[in-house]
Design a protein around this ligand. Sequence first.
Ligand SMILES: C[S@@+](CC[C@H](N)C(=O)[O-])C[C@H]1O[C@@H](n2cnc3c(N)ncnc32)[C@H](O)[C@@H]1O
Length: 222
Amino acid sequence: MKDIDYSSWADYIIDLIDLYQIKNPKVLEVGAGLGQISSFLKEKIPSYIVSDVSVEMIKFCPDKLSRVTCDMTSLPFKKEFDIIFSIFDSVNYLTTPDLFVDFLSECKRILVEDGIVTFDVSLEKNSIKNIKRLNRKGKYGGVYYNQKSTYDKKSRLHKNILELEIDEVKFIETHEQMIYEFEEYFIIVEDAGLRVIDCFDCFSFDDASRKSERVQFVLGKL
Ligand SMILES: C[S@@+](CC[C@H](N)C(=O)[O-])C[C@H]1O[C@@H](n2cnc3c(N)ncnc32)[C@H](O)[C@@H]1O
């Protein structure tokens, strides 16, 4: 929420795009939420579609962008994207390996041959480190929120119960995220028929490890 520096996060995404030398990319963002990063990226990426499964979230994305409500495990597009990305552990919402494989298979279907899929995932160290901070309430961008957060080491489920008030309408949402083991991602990627090009400690270009808090995967076709 307000403590996330989306401007710097956008710079990191641009650095990633530059690293793989993808010129004038057609870009799809999945799990875009309220679209905070798109506000910083939209001037730098002329061909940019934002998407999220929640219409209540996506309606807050900048209206100059193409906005699509869709589930990342079933994408309503044809093969056309150079870059498919997601930020802020949206992909951890895929709570079974099968769902994750479905997501990556869809990416593979709509990705051009030398395109990339890049997303960050949250690892257990991040859940444990931040659990206290994630129990919080406040107001951001006209939205009141009250967040309760738990992490269960056995099931590896991180739950966030969010009470939101938007335009005087109250919503209660339970968000469940699966905190997969670092090594599990490599199996999931292989099962989807993609390959790991790079795996960075997030916000850097250093190699990640199972001890990282947040990991940036960069995937390509085989
Ligand atoms: C933690 S929020 C992050 C939002 C945004 N990426 C950001 O950084 O502000 C996770 C988002 O993922 C979306 N989401 C969860 N499951 C999804 C799915 N299966 N397909 C598409 N979006 C999904 C949620 O609606 C939510 O907006």
